[in-house]
Design a protein around this ligand. Structure first.
Ligand SMILES: [Zn+2]
Ligand SMILES: [Zn+2]
Length: 209
């Protein structure tokens, strides 16, 4: 798997361009905005975007999904239906953040245990609510990498003070869905640097004990 992490919007959200080197087919994970940056990266790498994948429906992750879908003629896949209320609130999210966004209806909702293919790559879908009610993680076991959105960060965890957030639910998601993954799994977070499952198990102050 090839990965290019491209920070977008004023929130410096890590949008990921992922692609299969054999087929050059790729996906954009969380195209929150700054589509010209994402398009340029895809063109430079010669990647054909065939899917738009969403971890959750906060504007910095999903605000550019509608435009990306038309630009690349690619379906919007995810998040989990639990985030529908945040998609309904997209106009309000836009007003509050100043980030432009269009409302959309995902072509496919995802749930725990689903799989998504991109060329010859395969992602397992893990349902990890808590930061939002419909948050998903895309885990590629063969490539030892997980795109976790705002569930887990290096030394921190997602906010739970936004609509639909719940701290206990988030901690439970991390402990039951992410911590069982291989410790060397690379974690690509929605903001900030990459980490690994092992590092966070060892040193994340929010997850001790
Ligand atoms: Zn978020
Ligand atoms: Zn975010």
């Amino acid at each position: 798997m090839k990965v290019a992490v491209i920070p977008v919007t004023a929130y410096q959200q890590n949008s990921s361009l992922v692609w299969c080197p054999e087929t050059k087919k790729g996906a954009l994970i969380d195209p929150g905005g700054d589509l010209e940056k994402l398009q340029k990266a895809a063109e430079e790498k010669g990647v054909i975007i065939e899917k738009i994948l969403l971890t959750h429906a906060h504007i910095d992750h999903a605000g550019g999904a509608a435009d990306a879908s038309s630009l690349f003629d690619a379906p919007i896949i995810g998040p989990h239906e639990g985030d529908n209320m945040l998609i309904e609130m997209m106009d309000m999210q836009s007003q509050m953040s100043g980030i432009p966004a269009k409302k959309f209806t995902p072509d496919q909702w995802l749930k725990d245990g689903d799989t998504v293919s991109v060329g010859n790559l395969q992602f397992d879908v893990l349902f990890c609510p808590g930061h939002t009610p419909g948050h998903l993680v895309f885990h590629a076991p063969k490539n030892n990498i997980a795109f976790v959105g705002d569930v887990l960060f290096q030394g921190s965890i997602g906010r739970t003070d936004l609509p639909g957030g719940d701290t206990q639910t988030l901690l439970n998601s991390i402990k039951t869905k992410l911590f069982p993954l291989n410790e060397s799994t690379v974690v690509v977070s929605g903001h900030g640097p990459n980490t690994t499952i092992g590092n966070e198990k060892k040193s994340n102050p929010f997850l001790k004990g």
